[in-house]
Ligand binder design. Structure first.
Ligand code: AMP
Length: 218
């Protein structure tokens, strides 16, 4: 099964994609995460991406699509993919269709996680990430208690540069301008499923599984 998680910054795409990966045995591909890995490793791609990410802008389509193509080629035994944060523009969506067609694959469903702007700001302003294992926490709603991989005491938690309030506002604007048109794009292709993303992690995951059972006829 190949899925896309579509939603604004802070809508919970990454968390839900991680749960889907475990539940369905498919691979979670997050372009944001791939960029952050490149930034940490100080690659050429990382340096380029950082200048866009720190401003809340999108990394150019060509670079992003090439990175996804390389990631897909890396895994020869893929059972399916859950894309998180990709595509983010119509051009990327067209490119993804072509990339998947090369494998005789297509997208089975696009889960659009719907969250209000007020909730997005509340979530992102308190979000913390572990630079060791990329686990996400929240100062208020999900504070660090213990490390799920047993490898730290919470000393690697940091706030993403692009989760600072000014950048969050820029990211919301970019989402509305460049990514939201994908809602119509996938609706026209009968792939869009709206998911109420305001609940807690388990509630939203429950809604996703229910929706997939219906759409996948399982
Ligand atoms: P995320 O972790 O998905 O919130 O992504 C963090 C940042 O990485 C975004 O605000 C963009 O600057 C960049 N980024 C991630 N995915 C894409 C994409 N598909 N296209 C362009 N830029 C992206």
């Amino acid at each position: 099964m190949n899925l896309i998680l579509l939603g604004g910054p802070g809508s919970g795409k990454g968390t839900q994609a991680g749960l889907l990966e475990k539940k369905l045995g498919i691979v979670h591909i997050s372009t944001g995460e791939l960029f952050r890995e490149n930034i940490q490793n100080e690659t050429e791609l990382g340096l380029l991406a950082k200048s866009y990410i720190d401003r809340g802008d999108l990394v150019p389509d060509g670079v992003t699509v090439d990175m996804v193509r390389a990631r897909l080629a890396n895994d020869t035994h893929l059972e399916g993919v859950v894309f998180d944060g990709f595509p983010r523009t119509i051009n990327q969506a067209d490119a993804l269709r072509e990339l998947l067609a090369e494998k005789d694959w297509e997208i089975d469903a696009v889960l659009h996680i719907v969250v209000s702007e007020a909730e997005i700001v509340r979530r992102l302003s308190g979000r913390l990430i572990c630079s060791k294992c990329q686990q996400t926490y929240h100062k208020e709603f999900n504070p660090f208690r213990y490390c799920p991989t047993n490898s730290c005491e919470g000393q690697f938690l940091y706030q993403r540069e692009d989760d600072k309030p000014e950048t969050v506002r820029a990211r919301i604007h970019v989402y509305q301008d460049q990514t939201a048109p994908l809602i119509e794009y996938y609706k026209d292709r009968d792939l869009l499923i709206n998911i109420d993303g305001e609940g807690n992690v388990e509630e939203v995951f429950g809604l996703i599984l229910k929706a997939l059972e219906i759409s996948a006829g399982m």
